[in-house]
Design a protein around this ligand. Structure first.
Ligand code: NAD
Length: 258
């Protein structure tokens, strides 16, 4: 089989958390364009439904919307049941839902801290654990977690210690699961995007004014586009990456080089 054929995801069944918009939307679109049926898993049910309809129309694949809060184990378990009911199996789990909170460390309440850790780290664990159980039974699968360049550097000037800590946790969780599940044929990798122009940044009154500063700091002098994460998603999801597990892929326009 040639490499382009190996990159195809025909007959694969996937889900993407936080898939209603932004990076997750673009990843869902990419997996579907490569041939997979995909479930968009999101707290925001109405946007998830609209996005699923759009992507189904564009790609001709089966795209469903499943409402779930990744911090709630009961929601995650029910989501897995819905995906299995619709698709029969789960080959690809993209654990991507995440939020950022910008609060100086000395002012951060325990509630603020827990909110970010619960979604960004515990949510990834609950989702990967539930998908991993299915994949182990099936004989294999690929789990991809969205970390961040913030796992590797401390962004400035905005204060975001809980976000940075949560994303560093995602990378070490990814490596731990990759080692535990290596012989069960379940691969686990992460991606670490740099600044990407999604709602997370564009709709934040605090972050939007900082874009100029970040672009000045960045060797490429621009934000990334969500579609610039699509190729790595397709690579990691499918058989082309059979020897790739426990790795983190930085896609940040060389931001972390300086
Ligand atoms: P976004 O805010 O545009 O989209 C996030 C999606 O996740 C939304 O649809 C939201 O409804 C959903 N979501 C939030 N909490 C949820 C929960 N508890 N359960 C289920 N769904 C939930 O964000 P984005 O920019 O697309 O970011 C996606 C991921 O990429 C996040 O993990 C983020 O930390 C990471 N990331 C983003 C950037 C960036 O610059 N945008 C950079 C590096 C990493």
């Amino acid at each position: 089989m040639g490499i382009i054929e190996k990159l195809r995801l025909d007959n694969k069944k996937a889900f993407v958390t936080g898939g209603a918009r932004g990076i997750g939307y673009n990843i869902t679109l990419a997996l579907a364009e490569a041939g997979a049926d995909v479930a968009i898993v999101d707290m925001d049910e109405s946007t998830a439904k609209t996005s699923a309809e759009e992507i189904a129309k564009q790609t001709g694949k089966k795209i469903i919307a499943v409402k779930a809060d990744v911090t709630k184990k009961a929601d995650v378990d029910a989501m897995i049941d819905s995906v299995l009911k619709a698709f029969g199996r789960i080959d690809v789990a993209f654990c991507n839902a995440g939020i950022a909170l910008n609060v100086p460390a000395e002012e951060m309440t325990l509630e603020d801290w827990n909110k970010v850790i619960n979604i960004n780290l515990t949510g990834v664990f609950l989702t990967a654990q539930a998908a991993g159980k299915v994949m182990i039974k099936q004989g294999g699968g690929s789990i991809i977690n969205t970390a961040s360049m913030s796992a590797h550097i401390v962004n400035v000037p905005q204060p975001q210690c809980s976000y940075n800590a949560s994303k560093a946790g995602v990378i070490q969780l990814t490596k731990s699961l990759a080692v535990e599940w290596a012989l069960k044929n379940v691969r686990v990798n992460s991606i670490s995007p740099g600044y990407i122009g999604t709602d997370l940044i564009m709709n934040s009154p605090l972050l939007k004014p900082l874009i100029e500063k970040w672009c000045a700091q960045s060797p490429l002098h621009r934000l990334g586009k969500p579609e610039e994460l699509q190729a790595i998603a397709v690579y990691l999801a499918g058989d082309a990456s059979a020897f790739t597990t426990g790795s983190d892929f930085g896609i940040d326009g060389a931001f972390t080089c300086i």
